[in-house]
Design a protein around this ligand. Sequence first.
Ligand SMILES: O=P(O)(O)O[C@@H]1[C@@H](OP(=O)(O)O)[C@H](OP(=O)(O)O)[C@H](O)[C@H](OP(=O)(O)O)[C@H]1OP(=O)(O)O
Ligand SMILES: Nc1ncnc2c1ncn2[C@@H]1O[C@H](COP(=O)(O)OP(=O)(O)OP(=O)(O)O)[C@@H](O)[C@H]1O
Length: 459
Amino acid sequence: MEEGKMDENEWGYHGEGNKSLVVAHAQRCVVLRFLKFPPNKKKTSEEILQHLQNIVDFGKNVMKDFLGENYVHCGEVVQLPLEFVKQLCLKIQCERPESRCDKDLDTLSGYAMCLPNLTRLQTYHFVEHRPILCVEIKVATGKWKKISKYCPLDLYSGNKQRMHFALKSLLQEAQNNLRIFKNGELIYGCGDARSPAADLKELAHHLKPFFFPSNGLASGPHCTRAVIRELVRVITRVLLSSSDKGRAGALRLGLQGPRVCEASPFSRSLHHQGKNTPEHSGLPKGCLLYKTLQVQMLDQMDIEGLYPLYNRVERYLEEFPEERKTLQIDGPYDEVFYQKLLDLSTEDDGTVAFALRKVQQYRVAMTAKDCSIMITLSPYLQGTSSDQRPVIPSSRSRLAFSVSVLDLDLKPYESIPHQYKLDSKIVNYYSKTVHAKDDTVRSTRFKEHEDCTLVLHKV
Ligand SMILES: O=P(O)(O)O[C@@H]1[C@@H](OP(=O)(O)O)[C@H](OP(=O)(O)O)[C@H](O)[C@H](OP(=O)(O)O)[C@H]1OP(=O)(O)O
Ligand SMILES: Nc1ncnc2c1ncn2[C@@H]1O[C@H](COP(=O)(O)OP(=O)(O)OP(=O)(O)O)[C@@H](O)[C@H]1O
């Protein structure tokens, strides 16, 4: 990137999350990712540079090893002319969703991350003329007002039927968990809770060049359904494919835990069939979902088990604050940090080292639970030597695809008390609702009993 010649008119607003804002270059397949902060919480340039460098290092030294070389794009830290950043910030402000404007783009440090534009990932550097579709799935569930049937456990089940259900539910209620881009432009899903619900008919229209319905219908509700079904089928196949040629995942965790949500429509049948066990997880070992799930399972204890360990580290830091650096609480996220994560022993010897290891593993697991997956698809052109991507058949033609993971910034150490509070809130809410439900059931029973007595009395 030639920083001296930066022109804000060549960049456009692309999207943002809770802590960063992304702008995309109009011609080249690159984006700039800036940090955002609440207005009263400005950081120094050195702090921002360190923060960004930590993000890059964490991707390079930890996530690439866990998830695979091809899936993770770490990018690099770049220094930009301050005037360019200022002008860019002014230019894009009107496009930002209101709900995200509680934080300001950092315009003071001049530092940002430069990454490949994953919505147009083809040959990376230049925009090609082939149409390109990109589906972004955020792994975690959000806290929106409308209840969604989407459950990440279905997506991660490896069971095609459940994966189809998860993806269809996402398409029906995208919230902030699903976005679809065509040629780098957002065509489905929204950046703002207040945006109107996206239209499946319109989406199907956009998708036709990729998935012409095999039933031959070119319009109407049947066509829409067929195109959407084909999208869901292709995405499921891509998610189950092993497109990474890098070294095998470093983690050897067995896939355990509740693999179906109690509220899921699959819950009963799977329990009934005795299929709610790790052996029945149908995820192929090389696929990204399998690897992500393994990292998500690095937290071998829940927040209630972890919190006392966090407090042990806190007490130690209160006594020896200068040790924060040696303990690598805020980085550097280097090989030493990575190696410690691989120790999965669960026997607590009462040391700070044990407590810290569990805290760090928990942070990494949390990060993997909140990442996004980007899938790009474009018509495969036979004989295109530049296209090294794997190929998948679709109803229309063959599609070249790539899969990447996004937003792999390590969750801060400070997020642990936040998680603890959040968990307590959920537990409280849950017990209250369960009690309220029990009370309702009891009072209904009582009423039924009264009714019953009355009826008997009458007779
Ligand atoms: O804490 P929560 O539950 O509000 O989760 C935050 C997410 O909110 P959500 O519940 O999905 O609407 C929030 O998602 P949004 O994009 O803001 O919807 C972020 O993912 C945030 O992570 P980070 O602090 O930016 O690393 C998430 O924060 P962490 O708790 O993961 O640090
Ligand atoms: N390399 C990239 N290529 C294309 N689009 C990107 C890229 N990085 C981020 N984006 C887009 O910008 C959005 C915001 O980026 P990102 O998820 O990194 O923000 P965040 O603030 O870290 O999110 P969160 O709220 O989940 O913590 C993403 O959802 C995605 O649509």
